[in-house]
Design a protein around this ligand. Structure first.
Ligand SMILES: C[S@@+](CC[C@H](N)C(=O)[O-])C[C@H]1O[C@@H](n2cnc3c(N)ncnc32)[C@H](O)[C@@H]1O
Length: 292
């Protein structure tokens, strides 16, 4: 069903959610400790790395990136101008470049970046395989892509709400998309907030893969900040499949009705996670206080 796994629905969802995202919503589901674990496979080991953060939103993950990389080398991309506007409240991101754009059709030439990071955005992509192929295309050979996202809940009620709301892929799906895009040396880390009972491997994954190193005569590899040869090829070449959705495409009366239905029901399913997470967080804190 996945009612908000559509660009227009996601755009309007964040039009409203951006107002309370940093204060009320994000801290329940995506914490600084989780971010540290999730960013590790991206190997942000050089301040000069050119990094793109796709679905950067208000910049919570970008703040983790600029702990390791100069902010001036970081590009934040998001389809929501409302989310990006909020990122200006984070002083550490002042030097980052902001770009409005679509994860499935990145507005960058091939081999533009050393690292691709995307956290918590895949849930909204109608065609994740295409977006991950785009990650491959915009990386130089030897560059690393990292996609962090949720895993399909194991609990029946959680699964029902998740499947109504947006995309919660299985572990194997993430791996299959990375393999299909042509990534090698694929590895993963797992993270969960304190309130989550089932362990990190049943909550969120951060999967990373490398764009194959240059092979002499086929692609011209470069150092961390170097240029890439025009011969670089990969499974994720631009235009391999057409982009199926555009958030700003004109829509008919019937489509407007469908949009409204999806938006209301999908947002309600998503909203249901908030009191559940808030109650479990309160319980966890109480239990910790008692243990002291
Ligand atoms: C849960 S927020 C994550 C924001 C940020 N990465 C963080 O860690 O807090 C998801 C973001 O993905 C963006 N998004 C959803 N679909 C997108 C698409 N097709 N292209 C670009 N951004 C998209 C949303 O606008 C939103 O800002």
């Amino acid at each position: 069903m996945r009612l908000i796994q559509h660009k227009r629905e996601a755009y309007w969802f964040y039009r409203f959610l951006s107002l309370g995202y940093d204060r009320w919503i994000n801290p329940l589901f995506w914490t600084p400790a989780m971010r540290t674990v999730a960013l590790t496979p991206a190997r942000l080991d050089d301040r000069a790395l050119r990094v793109v953060d796709v679905g950067a939103g208000t910049g919570f993950t970008t703040e983790g990136i600029v702990e390791h990389v100069d902010a001036a080398n970081v590009t934040m991309l998001d389809q929501s101008p409302h989310q990006l506007a909020r990122s200006h409240r984070r002083p550490g991101l002042a030097a980052c470049r902001r770009v409005e754009g679509d994860a499935e059709d990145l507005p960058f030439p091939d081999a533009s970046f050393d690292r691709y990071v995307s956290a918590g955005s895949i849930e909204y992509w109608p065609d994740p395989a295409r977006a991950i192929a785009e990650a491959h295309r915009v990386l130089r050979p030897g560059g690393i892509a990292l996609v962090a996202g949720p895993l399909r809940p194991r609990h029946r009620v959680g699964r029902l709400l998740a499947d109504t709301w947006m995309l919660f892929p299985e572990d194997e799906q993430y791996r299959a998309w990375f393999a299909a895009a042509g990534f090698v040396e694929v590895s993963a880390a797992y993270a969960a907030p304190e309130w989550h009972r089932g362990g990190p491997a049943s909550y969120g994954i951060a999967i990373a893969g490398m764009r194959e190193q240059a092979v002499f005569g086929r692609a011209n590899g470069a150092g961390a900040t170097g240029a890439t040869g025009a011969g670089a090829t990969g499974a994720g070449e631009r235009g391999a499949t057409p982009v199926a959705e555009h958030f700003d495409a004109p829509f008919t009366g019937r489509e407007k009705l469908r949009f409204a239905g999806r938006f209301v029901a999908g947002s309600a399913a998503g909203a249901a996670f908030v009191p559940i997470a808030a109650a479990l967080t309160a319980r966890e804190r109480l239990a910790r206080r008692r243990r002291r």
